[in-house]
Ligand binder design. Sequence first.
Ligand code: COI
Length: 354
Amino acid sequence: MLQITRTLTSHPKQKPEGKLGFGKIFTDHMFIMDYSEEKGWHDARIVPYGEISLSPACMVFHYGQEMFEGMKAYRAPDGRILLFRPDKNIERMNNTNTRMCIPHVDPADALQAICEIVKTDADWIPTEPGTSLYIRPFIIATDPFLGVHPSKTYKFIIILSPSGSYYAAGLAPVKICVEDEYVRAVKGGTGFAKVGGNYAASLIGQENAEKKGYAQVLWLDGIEHRYVDEVGAMNVFFVIGDKVVTPKLEGNILPGVTRDSVILYLRAKGYDVEERRITIDEVYEAGRTGELKEMFGTGTAAVISPVGLLDWHGRKLEINNNEIGPISHMLYEGITGIQFGNAADGFGWTYEIK
Ligand code: COI
């Protein structure tokens, strides 16, 4: 059990009013804990949200040794505060840590830290439909050292951000550009890990796509540029005929918690879900024959995001008349129903913060 010291702010901020975007507003407090070889993880503390002072030589600035997670706290109609499958995020956090040579955090300590910081800023959990408190735990390498080695010291920090939908258009279908010049990840790299480097490498494709009016990029595999990987901020699913197909986890895509939940949810409802390789040609061919019924992305931030249009070298493929399809809609209602405590949770996914 962590001993967490608390210093509460003497200047609470004004809570946001009106439409919340994503990730722009931060609460009054943050959690910090330090790591050293001698002491392990120590000095767990909740302090006022604010700037942190670091040496410019810190290894995170030079070699990117860091990791992050993304989770949400939801306010149920009866007032309970719910997390969604926090054990999965914490398990993935330590898988990322292994890949990045970052020391593991005891899963019980990580969960306690998340619960304590959310409880401290519980009055920041928004209650408008579709809004939640986004939780961003992250670890940075703090040794002031320019040699390329794993750091010996780290900071584990959790910040909180009251957020609405990730995409400006909310649940409306997004337009996605298929990227086949740049690649996001390859097997053996860090594609399966939640590290900033994956996202940094994706920015140029993202920027080019945005200039052309697209919300995001669909990444193809890094070797043959044929197989669908993911969309950076979300995993992807296709409804082809009577099957739901999603790229299988082979080390280059993120093992999304929402992805896993969607697969389990659909299978429990009797859908045939295939986790397999899928080529971009197959997607376009299914679009041509009319077998492609829906496409959607899944993610903690993105939840369920229907895709209405793909553009691959200027070849435009409209999906389901650019409308929200029935499976996307059912999943959005079903998964958010469980997350927000509006629907019975037959899976044991919700975790109440007490
Ligand atoms: C999340 O869905 O929580 C993520 O971390 C994706 C991020 C790029 C917003």
